[in-house]
Design a binder for this molecule. Structure first.
Ligand code: ATP
Ligand code: MG
Ligand code: MG
Ligand code: MG
Length: 477
């Protein structure tokens, strides 16, 4: 049917195949790159071509790339548009067509009527954005779309200049925004990103950067020998527009997980804003953890394994907060598998392994909760008999640190006992621990020299270095 995830994938690939692109399968989420936790953009597998280290066997490619972006975890369920896992539809030119070609091809696909293979989005709701120092792009957009000047939004370096955060290729970009109307933000407020929804980013790789100090402070040494195109369109975002849903968690390949969670918990999606976030977190985290295990990640206490562990635990915890205390993943994972296997049949073939890993992690977490709960109850009783109404930061920290007890759970359980928690104290201890870990990591430099050096740059730039994907493992709580 029109507008399903499968349909969008097909339209995207066919549009670009018809324009001479070679369809390239998604790379696995795990790549051999010391700077990357997970693949977080379509361009990752093509990096050696862009850097001129390898010669591509084609000059035009199209892909639907599995992506995981850990830094977006805090946004999941709260914005309408961020998943930890998502699929990025992309077209790429390696020294072939440049700005004009990329703009024409993208605009054609989004506006072409459904009946002719496009997405049929209404032109009156679309806003192209350009880098403010890229007048060429303004002209090309005007030519391609016939839009008046004030419909082409000029944005600064932070939004519309792309680099890898290190010396190398860089360039201006253009994005296509879709106006979802005043329910999502004020007229003309392009910072209201749920209103002016970014659906597609077109990067014009043209500059050679000699230094990158921050997202907004870099030196352009000259032009690249070859100009490249790298684009990324969010499949889920286009899907929720075409399926006429409020957000990405309600699309065809995600919502049935929420429906199953409703049956299990007896609560209704749409009845309580807090519960709604939890339902969405469940749908997102079940899917992303399943896809990660599918690509070979196993739960652990460091880096990739920790991300997976955190996703699985957050899914389980969200179900508890929704009132469901039994083993939850064996009910939810198969629902997500059946939805995603259409695009990723390997999930079926590998199912036994995937399920075993996930369910064992839930069991271990249940054990954690069991032990932690005893300790928690002791601490709560102690506070009560001492006549205090606050659980100390020390206690909350010990529960977190020793028993792996997430702070949300401590807060929730304390509230049930009529107790508050010294959250400031807890956060101070967490920060101290982080600083210790950082100091520790610095003194261990050399072992992973490359990552270490990169990490320093990344620390300075914060989340700016999105494409090379340095991703901080956001600490629990
Ligand atoms: P945003 O500003 O909304 O966070 P972005 O600028 O970080 O998006 P890009 O790096 O430009 O995103 O990635 C290309 C496209 O991938 C975006 O235009 C969007 O459609 C999609 N996308 C990015 N992050 C996510 C996510 N966490 N979940 C779903 N889709 C995403
Ligand atoms: Mg982002
Ligand atoms: Mg953006
Ligand atoms: Mg973008």
């Amino acid at each position: 049917p029109v507008g399903t995830s499968a349909d969008i994938r097909r339209r995207f690939v066919e549009h670009f195949e018809a324009a001479g692109h070679t369809a390239v399968p998604s790379a696995p989420l795990l790549v051999d790159d010391p700077n990357l936790l997970f693949v977080n953009a379509g361009m990752v597998q093509f990096k050696p071509y862009f850097l001129g280290q390898e010669t591509p066997p084609y000059t035009r490619a199209v892909s639907i790339q599995k992506c995981v972006r850990t830094p977006d975890i805090e946004d999941v369920g709260k914005t309408t548009r961020h998943g930890t896992f998502f699929e990025m539809c992309g077209n790429f030119s390696f020294g072939d067509y440049f700005k004009a070609g990329a703009i024409d091809l993208a605009w054609e696909l989004v506006t072409k009527p459904i009946a002719d293979g496009g997405f049929g989005l209404e032109e009156s709701k679309l806003y192209p954005s350009v880098y403010e120092e890229d007048p060429e792009a303004v002209d090309l957009w005007r030519k391609a779309t016939g839009l008046p000047d004030d419909r082409i939004i000029r944005l600064g370096k932070k939004e519309n200049y792309w680099s890898m955060g290190v010396p190398g290729p860089g360039g201006p970009c253009s994005e296509i925004l879709y106006d979802r109307g005043s329910a999502y933000g004020a007229d003309g407020d392009f910072n209201a990103e749920d209103r002016y929804l970014e659906i597609w980013n077109l990067v014009f790789m043209q500059d050679e950067l000699s230094a990158v100090r921050s997202k907004e402070d870099f030196d352009i040494a000259g032009s690249l020998p070859k100009q490249n195109i790298d684009t990324g369109m969010g499949l889920e975002r286009v899907a929720f527009l075409l399926q006429d849903k409020q957000n990405m968690y309600e699309i065809d390949v995600m919502f049935p997980v929420i429906e199953r969670a409703m049956e299990m918990t007896g609560r209704r999606y749409g009845a309580d804003p807090g519960d709604d976030v939890r339902f969405r977190v469940v749908a997102d985290h079940v899917r992303s953890s399943m896809m990660l295990i599918g690509d070979g990640v196993t739960p652990g206490n460091e880096s990739r394994g920790y991300v997976l562990r955190r996703l699985l635990r957050r899914a389980v915890r969200s179900m508890r907060l929704l009132g469901y205390e039994d083993r939850a993943l064996p009910e939810l994972f198969p629902v997500s598998r059946d939805l995603m296997a259409q695009g990723y049949p390997q999930l079926q073939a590998d199912w036994e392994r995937i399920a075993t890993v996930a369910y064992a992690e839930e069991d271990a977490f249940r054990q954690t909760l069991k032990t932690g709960t005893t300790i928690f109850d002791l601490a709560a009783d102690e506070a009560k008999s001492a006549g205090v109404s606050v659980l100390s930061g020390d206690r909350a920290f010990a529960l977190h640190d020793t028993y792996g007890f997430p702070i949300d759970l401590t807060l929730e359980m304390a509230a049930e006992k009529g107790l508050a928690v010294d959250e400031d104290g807890f956060r101070r201890l967490m920060a101290e621990q982080r600083d210790r870990a950082k100091a520790d990591a610095k003194s261990k430099k050399g072992k992973h020299a490359e990552t270490g050096a990169y990490r320093e740059i990344a620390d300075e730039l914060g989340r700016a270095v999105e494409f090379t994907g340095y991703e901080e493992v956001v600490s629990e709580g």
